[in-house]
Design a protein around this ligand. Structure first.
Ligand SMILES: NC(=O)C1=CN([C@@H]2O[C@H](COP(=O)(O)OP(=O)(O)OC[C@H]3O[C@@H](n4cnc5c(N)ncnc54)[C@H](OP(=O)(O)O)[C@@H]3O)[C@@H](O)[C@H]2O)C=CC1
Ligand SMILES: O=C(O)[C@@H]1CCC=N1
Length: 273
């Protein structure tokens, strides 16, 4: 990504901003073309050390020539951050990564309609992110392409046509890496309890998740068919899946995702006013 005149500003320089900045810089965007507003001094130092990017402690004129502003603050602080930055970002296209905060709120806070909302996830840090995008109707085709170009540096993306679907995406792929780590923790712990060295158990668990995910991606078959191919009659997998079913794990897991989506909706109500 060598766009000579493309300048991007990030409001918030934490985990998600770092993942996107990392992708952009790795793909060749000069760090001098990235501006960051980040009040936390340690985070500013990290951005400089990791990516060579200069961050300011507050919004100011340095943001004025950004054509794209990425909002990577917590939902709870978005409104306050928007009030601080608004005078300096009037000409830009805006991309939010905040969970729950609706584009109606962002449009009201910033006084512009050129807004794309997104829900990325932390595998973006290693170029394996999955991001869902939603464009407000005033965003042009060129705006959509600009956002796609930036997000492509972090992994894959898809567009959703209804904004409310971003809450489902948040529950599924936004929070999703945490569920995977949770299962990896359980598998690693079980392996260690059965006598494997913790490092061996960790490696086996991670390789299994990565391998099964790649197999699912490559295969045209439904997921349940892939599962059935592992499940020999009267065998070990059957014993494990029967135990999971008797503990209602799948139903509990589905309930958990509904809870996450409800929380995204609540965040929009609570912090979008
Ligand atoms: N982490 C994840 O997996 C994902 C997060 N998201 C969304 O990304 C957003 C950011 O999350 P994440 O990166 O994890 O959070 P972080 O806390 O890591 O980053 C947010 C940063 O914004 C800073 N900040 C606070 N107030 C302001 C302000 N007024 N102006 C500029 N910066 C400010 C915070 O500083 P300080 O700490 O000093 O307050 C903090 O460093 C959230 O809205 C979240 O919903 C979306 C998808 C996945
Ligand atoms: O937990 C959260 O609220 C954020 C949004 C998706 C992942 N992390």
């Amino acid at each position: 990504m060598n766009d000579t005149d493309a300048r991007i500003a990030f409001i918030g320089g934490g985990n998600m901003a770092s993942a996107i900045i990392g992708g952009l810089v790795r793909q060749g965007l000069p760090p001098a073309q990235v501006a960051v507003v980040e009040p936390f001094a340690e985070a500013r130092t990290r951005l400089k050390q990791q990516f060579g990017v200069d961050a300011q402690d507050q919004a100011g004129p340095a943001l004025a020539d950004a054509d794209l502003v990425v909002w990577a603050v917590k939902p709870q602080t978005f409104k306050e951050a928007a009030a601080q930055a608004r005078p300096h970002v009037q000409q830009a296209l805006h991309l939010s990564v905040a969970a729950g905060i609706r584009s109606d709120s962002i449009a009201r806070w910033l006084g512009t309609e050129r807004i794309v909302r997104s829900m990325p996830n932390t595998p973006a840090l290693v170029g394996k992110g999955m991001t869902a995008l939603y464009a407000r109707s005033a965003a042009t085709e060129a705006d959509r392409q600009r956002v796609e170009q930036v997000i492509a540096t972090t992994g894959e993306s898809l567009w959703v046509e209804q904004e409310k679907h971003l809450d489902a995406v948040t529950a599924l792929s936004g929070s999703g890496p945490a569920y995977v780590f949770y299962f990896l923790e359980a598998m690693t712990q079980a392996g260690a309890e059965m006598g494997l060295a913790p490092e061996q158990a960790r490696r086996l668990a991670i390789a299994t998740f990565a391998g099964a995910s790649e197999l699912a991606r490559a295969s045209p078959d439904p997921l349940h068919v892939l599962r059935e191919r592992v499940t020999s009659k009267g065998g070990t997998t059957y014993a494990a899946l029967t135990s999971l079913e008797s503990d209602s794990v799948k139903a509990a897991f589905i309930r958990a995702l509904h809870a996450a989506a409800r929380r995204a909706d609540e965040l929009g109500d609570e912090f979008g006013r």
